[in-house]
Write a protein that binds this ligand. Sequence first.
Ligand SMILES: NC(=O)c1ccc[n+]([C@@H]2O[C@H](COP(=O)([O-])OP(=O)(O)OC[C@H]3O[C@@H](n4cnc5c(N)ncnc54)[C@H](O)[C@@H]3O)[C@@H](O)[C@H]2O)c1
Length: 270
Amino acid sequence: MSSRLQNQVAWISGAASGMGEGIARLFAREGAAVALVDVQAAKGQVIAEQIRAAGGRAIFIECDVRSESAVRSSIEQTVREFGGLNSIVNCAGIVQVKLLHELDEADWDRLMDINVKSIFLSIKHGIAHLKKNPRSYVVNIGSIGSFISQGSTPAYIASKGAVLMLSKSIALDYAADGVRCNCVCPGITDTPMLREHLNATADPEATLRNRLRRVPMGVPLTPHDIARAALYFSCEDSAGVTGTSLVIDGGYLAAAEWEHPGKTRFMDPQ
Ligand SMILES: NC(=O)c1ccc[n+]([C@@H]2O[C@H](COP(=O)([O-])OP(=O)(O)OC[C@H]3O[C@@H](n4cnc5c(N)ncnc54)[C@H](O)[C@@H]3O)[C@@H](O)[C@H]2O)c1
């Protein structure tokens, strides 16, 4: 077990699946005590148990991040259980594929509450704990959609733009307190969210292949790729870095137009 997060306590939302799960597992391997926060209790419990079985420290807390009282009590439980809080990772998120005129008000509010309001709530109730440490960390998961738009996802794109700017605002307001806040912006990443999206199309594998033609590396990212970026921002490897973003996208944002040549060495089995 490595120890870049020795003695740290991390509250991680969306930790029952995909990137959040990857972040929880990596942070635990690096020595952090991790609170896995999610609405998916059965999956979250299993991951927490697996982390403990591997020698890590983990609890699962069932929490809907749209609810202020639930977020507050999940943070209080984390502090009670592990004796403090150094690190908040806001990873819970959903996507909706609907044009604006097809969205009803409840759709819009649900997405904004999960993707954006949850960050406000976690900081509102976590900041007093973060400020008790000489160094603390906030990582918010944005998207390439924090920088560019994609078709038929207006609420999602608006939310991810907001995540990036909210991260900058948090960075400014709490820098003097020793809290750094940064935004990790993933491209196409192979998680249950992506699979659900693909499975809604007639030929999921063909849809994925088609989408990856826009990616210079030609492969989807893995949750572990994203977790490593979150780790970088959550320890002193990134000392001096705050209010910025790290795009992990296989080159997607590097070009306005691109079609990869059919194969890259990143596709070779390791
Ligand atoms: N997969 C991608 O290609 C991709 C790309 C860019 C950004 N992202 C972002 O990465 C983050 C993680 O996504 P993922 O791909 O791992 O998806 P995922 O669906 O695998 O995981 C998201 C998790 O968030 C949880 N969640 C949803 N609503 C919640 C709520 N109200 N309260 C608590 N937890 C809730 C889900 O239960 C799930 O466990 C999201 O913010 C997403 O927008 C994903």
